[in-house]
Design a protein around this ligand. Structure first.
Ligand code: APR
Ligand code: PHB
Length: 394
């Protein structure tokens, strides 16, 4: 069956869902094609830190009610190094801003509900999605629907919001994009456990044995990570071994230790930075993880997806409402300025907090000095805080 829409959106992650809903509020129609089931999109475990601007956006578009009620609103983070804890206070350094801990699958769930309640068209389990005529005025998307038949959608524009494994970026002819990439020589071992929170705020720990992070998901589920080898094996880590590793890396001079509990999920996450430029080919625009990847240390991935969606939505609204193409022409450059700043921040946090293979004692001392400087200087702490709560959109 031949379908038509203004904006064809590939992927129902935060980038695609936010874009679709913002456009809907401005009277612009879209169809989202998502390869996974609704259940999977609402369950997959990913990031969890929302910048102030992402929280504001969710509230502005009417999707923030559960986030405000169930999310944890944090006004700082703890930097843990040299056996001590130093707090970075966000509101006093950033003019009142804070972050909210709320899982990405909950963001997806809330956005899917609001989109479907508003009559939105999301095709879950859309398989074999492929893009055509991207350099024409009528780009097309073909896919196999859940029911099994092939369908085609003719669009004015296509938004590639299909994450790192998507088809949008690879649909751009070879030689158009320049890829900037950095692989880090370590990964994160992530766990979910049943326990009460160990800390009121996230703890970022630097230790000679490697980085560790104490985060949270709910009053009785905690999320924690420790730096591991990228080739680490999950089954080499019993619960006892994991807790011993956390205790060693999080040790403080006053005897504090994380609360332990049954571990019910273990995953290993690779660490890399990647930026593809430009974010456009013809009438295809890339947004979110389809165009860039950051290591999780700065908690920026989800927030960049949200700011890309906002910048792209603004450009599409200017096109449809004011017959202006200049914001679409400028989308890539505008979004990339913010993307590169978040890429720099994530790289910096990663470099400052992790133990690099082969690093010597001199390197370790430099990292300790940098953390001591960041924690002890208002300028240093502000540089961390204003990036962590989120830089302005443009
Ligand atoms: N066809 C249709 N949908 C696809 C395809 C495809 N070929 N490939 C991927 N998708 C879907 C995925 O199933 C997923 O639901 O696109 C969606 C992309 O969502 P995300 O990966 O969440 O990407 P994005 O919306 O850009 O959000 C970025 O995700 O991985 C995290 O750290 C990252 O928090 C950041 C966020
Ligand atoms: C998480 O809770 O999953 C999380 C928190 C902070 C980070 C990365 C991940 O920097």
């Amino acid at each position: 069956m031949a379908l038509r829409t203004q904006v064809g959106i590939i992927g129902a992650g935060p980038a695609g869902l936010l874009l679709s809903h913002i456009l809907h509020l401005q009277g612009i129609e879209s169809i989202i094609l998502e390869k996974n089931s609704r259940n999977d999109v609402e369950a997959i475990i990913k990031a969890g830190v929302l910048e102030q601007g992402t929280v504001d956006l969710m509230n502005e578009i009417g999707a923030g009610e559960r986030m405000m009620k169930e999310g944890f609103h944090h006004e700082g983070i703890i930097l843990h190094f040299d056996g001590r804890d130093e707090r970075v206070d966000f509101p006093s350094l950033t003019g009142g801003k804070r972050v909210t801990i709320y899982a990405q699958h909950d963001v997806n769930k809330d956005l899917i509900k609001i989109r479907l309640d508003g009559g939105g068209d999301i095709r879950f389990e859309a398989k074999d999605v492929s893009l055509y005529d991207l350099d024409s005025d009528a780009p097309k998307v073909r896919f196999r629907s859940k029911e099994g038949g092939f369908e085609e959608i003719t669009c004015d524009f296509i938004a590639g919001c299909d994450g790192t494994q998507g088809i949008s970026r690879p649909s751009i002819p070879a030689g158009v994009l320049k890829i900037y990439e950095r692989l880090y020589p370590f990964g994160w071992f992530g766990i979910l456990c049943k326990a009460a929170p160990s800390s009121d705020e996230l703890i970022y720990a630097m230790h000679e044995r490697g980085f560790a992070l104490v985060s949270t998901r709910s009053p009785d589920i905690q999320r924690m990570y420790f730096q591991c080898s990228p080739t680490e094996k999950l089954d080499a880590w019993s619960d006892d071994r994991i807790w011993a590793e956390f205790r060693a890396r999080l040790e403080t001079k006053n005897g504090w230790a994380p609360k332990e509990g049954p571990i019910f999920s273990k995953t290993i996450i690779g660490m890399r930075s990647l930026v593809a430029e430009p974010l456009r080919y013809g009438r295809l625009f890339l947004a979110g993880d389809s165009a860039h990847v950051v290591p999780p240390t700065g908690a920026k991935g989800l927030n960049l997806a949200a700011s890309d969606a906002q910048i792209l939505a603004r450009a599409l609204v200017a096109y449809y409402k004011s017959h202006r193409g200049d914001l679409l022409d400028g989308y890539s450059a505008t979004a990339l300025r913010r993307i590169w700043k978040a890429t720099r921040f994530s790289w910096w946090m990663t470099s400052m907090m992790h133990t690099f293979p082969g690093a010597d004692e001199f390197q370790h001392r430099l990292q300790l000095a940098e953390l001591d400087y960041v924690a002890g200087s208002r300028a240093g702490a502000t540089a961390l805080a204003e990036n962590y709560v989120g830089l302005p959109i443009v």
